[in-house]
Every structure is written in C-alpha cells, then in structure tokens.
Ligand binder design. Structure first.
Ligand SMILES: [Zn+2]
Length: 217
C-alpha cells in the first residue's frame, strides 16, 4: 500500500495525509487522514488575522472529534513569500500554542529558509510530539536539531530525492510525499527506489511502519 504523506489533492483510494486548510474534509476513505492549519501562503494582504485564528480554533476543535484527524498542519514560515517573517511567526506561534493546549500529537511544518526561527518557536512552545519536516532537502544536521526536541520525520518529495544529502538521511525517519505537484505517488516511490537502491516493496514496508507510528498516537 503506497502512502502519500503530504498532499493538497485528495485522491479516492490512495492512502494520504491531506492538508485540509480550515475545512474538515467530507469524503475521506478509511486510509486517508487530515491536518488543519493556516498555511503561511494564505497570509496575504487581505488576511484578517483575528478572524482567521478564530476560524482556525473552531475548525480545529471540531476536527478533534474526527477519528481521521491527525493534528496541526500545514503551518510554518516562508522567507521568500510575503508578509514579513514577524507576521508569519505570530500566526504560526498562536496556532501552535492553541494546538498544544489541546494536546496535539503531530505537526506538519512548512519551512523555507527559516529553520532557525521555526526551531526557536518550537523549542519555546515545549512541543515534544511528532514533527513532519515537509519537503525537506537540507543538511541532516538540520534534521538532528529538530529531532533533539521532537520526534522529527523527513518528508521527501522531488527536491528531497534529488538532494545531495539524501543518502545521509536516516531511513527510519523518512517519508514520501507529492505535495501540490502533478507527480503521482507511484512515481515518487519508483524514484525513491532507484535513488535509495531499495525495492519498491522494501520502501513500502518501511513506510507502512512509519504510518503506524504516526497514526497510532
Ligand atoms: Zn504542502
């Protein structure tokens, strides 16, 4: 069973972690899970922070009653997109504090050139749960920094699979994802199998273990 650990597109029948923004998805199949959160790209000029945070809290609370809800995501920071890091950090921090107050187990983190800042916010928050570093392709030291404070996972898409650091990532912390690309998860598994010199079956077996770890909170 192939698993897509990060997508913005629900595909019936495929096992997926779906980033649902601020809407509880209605038509999940039994092997699909979802996260609720304000993506940093949604913080545009017309963004009303108070309103959106209230909405976030309401939806998040409702989502908690759902058996396929896994936690907070996709949230984080993005240095190459507006608005300022300060505004993004504030929204990120508020969502994080709220989710922690409701005992969040898993967080999906968006990080573009902002590892130091995200790490600082996470450390201050005291979060010790599972953290999925989505679209990761950085040096393994960065992963280690996060893994000291949480149980961190490296989620690999095309950038990660093409990273010169790929073979230094601990396999038992790796996941695979399509994100918002047109790539199929089948193709991502195939590329991972070539790059990691493992059979698709072996990768599948590993990732089923990861799925269990994350889902069985
Ligand atoms: Zn994403």
């Amino acid at each position: 069973m192939m698993i897509d650990f990060h997508t913005h597109n629900l595909s019936p029948g495929i096992s997926q972690f779906f980033m649902a923004d601020l809407k509880i998805p209605q038509n999940l199949t039994s092997n699909q899970y979802f996260f609720i959160g304000i993506h940093p790209w949604k913080i545009t000029d017309s963004f009303d922070a108070n309103n959106q945070l209230t909405e976030f809290k309401n939806v998040y609370k409702k989502a908690q009653k759902h058996s396929q809800f896994l936690g907070l995501g996709e949230v984080g920071l993005d240095k190459i997109k507006p608005p300022s890091l300060k505004i993004q950090a504030d929204i990120f921090q508020k969502q994080l504090e709220f989710a922690i107050s409701l005992n969040v187990k898993t967080i999906v983190l968006h990080n573009v050139k902002t590892f130091d800042c995200s790490l600082e916010i996470l450390k201050t928050s005291g979060f010790r749960g599972k953290l999925i570093l989505h679209d990761f392709y950085a040096h393994p030291n960065v992963y280690e920094q996060f893994n000291k404070h949480c149980k961190a996972y490296i989620s690999l898409g095309m950038r990660g699979l093409n990273s010169r650091h790929l073979l230094s990532y601990p396999l038992e912390s790796c996941l695979l994802e399509t994100d918002d690309s047109n790539e199929s998860i089948k193709n991502i598994y195939k590329i991972a199998s070539e790059k990691l010199t493992l059979s698709v079956g072996e990768i599948d077996k590993e990732l089923c273990k990861r799925l269990k770890e994350i889902v069985q909170n």
